[in-house]
Design a protein around this ligand. Structure first.
Ligand code: ATP
Length: 291
């Protein structure tokens, strides 16, 4: 199929809410090119508010027909719960999370939010409730203000400062000669990786979605920045249903629940201590990757 035959306003709507998607604009183009089914159903609804109860109801999904990556996954995530997916590379942690904003549709089963099938939401309405924070942060050339306000174009000055403060960015901004109007990017101030992440966290405080997907950094920032950012993310996830795609074990100890995914599906789940005590896959991973 051809991207140019798709209604342009639909493409814009999705790019607006997901400048980098879960794995970048490129993958987004792949999706709309190969998954013409992802569209609003004729009687799709706008849902103004969700609490964030998520149910993966016996879902099966594969990128290629007949080759499921995920098979009969059944998982309930309660409002406000933080759930961390761990497991070997390629097991499907990212894939599970990318089904929620409908980057792909399941082959069997269904996913519901507050009991409503996600295919019954207008796509834009569904994605409004889901925030994605990832390592590869999308910032555009412009001011700090514009980059934060991207999370909510109607935000007031006060709300922007509040978001910056909660993401521990306020001091950095105050130290710039032009404050919020400081230009960043190619023609302005260069931000470090950690500062960019803070900016995307500030943006997410403004967007204020009830559901969060955190795609954890694979490579560590320096330890100090790392723990400061973990702290901001922990604060961001308070009161939101949070799905963490975990690449390192050290950061997910305090998750309400850890779900171990392997090539056979969900292998085990529980709290850190419970999983260590049962001596299964998670405890072996911990022995291999101590800290
Ligand atoms: P990692 O820890 O390396 O990020 P993961 O557990 O998140 O791995 P996924 O990225 O979900 O694993 O990938 C699961 C499987 O699906 C892998 O075999 C991967 O190669 C395949 N896969 C991922 N994305 C696509 C895609 N867009 N098209 C086809 N296959 C894909």
């Amino acid at each position: 199929s051809n991207i140019f035959f798709r209604p342009i306003e639909k493409i814009n709507a999705v790019i607006e809410s997901y400048p980098k998607g879960i794995a970048g604009f490129k993958r987004y183009l792949e999706i709309i090119d190969t998954e013409p089914d992802i569209a609003d159903s004729p009687d799709a609804i706008t849902v103004d508010r969700v609490k964030g109860n998520i149910h993966f109801d016996h879902i099966t999904f594969g990128y290629d027909t007949g080759r499921p990556i995920l098979s009969q996954i059944d998982l309930t995530i309660k409002t406000g719960e933080t759930i961390a997916f761990v497991g070997p590379s390629g097991a499907g942690k990212t894939t599970i999370c990318s089904l929620l904003p409908r980057f792909y549709d399941v082959d069997e089963g269904s996913i519901t939010i507050d009991g409503i099938d996600i295919r019954d939401f207008k796509l834009e309405s569904l994605r409004k409730h889901i925030g994605i924070v990832q390592q590869d942060v999308f910032l555009f050339s412009g001011t700090i203000r514009e980059n934060i306000a991207y999370g909510d174009l109607q935000a007031t000055e006060e709300q922007i400062w509040e978001a910056a403060r909660r993401a521990s960015l306020a001091e950095l901004i105050r130290n710039q000669p032009d404050g919020l109007d400081t230009v960043i990017g190619e023609r302005g101030v260069k931000l470090s990786g950690g500062q960019k992440q803070r900016l995307s966290i500030a943006r997410m405080f403004l967007k204020n979605p009830p559901i969060l997907i955190l795609d954890e950094a694979t490579s560590a920032l320096d330890t100090e920045t790392e723990s400061a950012i973990q702290q901001s993310l922990a604060e961001l996830s308070v009161g939101r249903t949070t799905l963490v795609i975990a690449h390192r074990l050290s950061t997910i100890r305090h998750a309400d629940r850890i779900v171990v995914v392997n090539e056979h599906g969900i292998a085990e789940q529980g709290k850190h201590d419970e999983l260590l005590a049962t001596g299964g896959i998670y405890s072996r991973l911990n022995q291999l990757q101590p800290n």
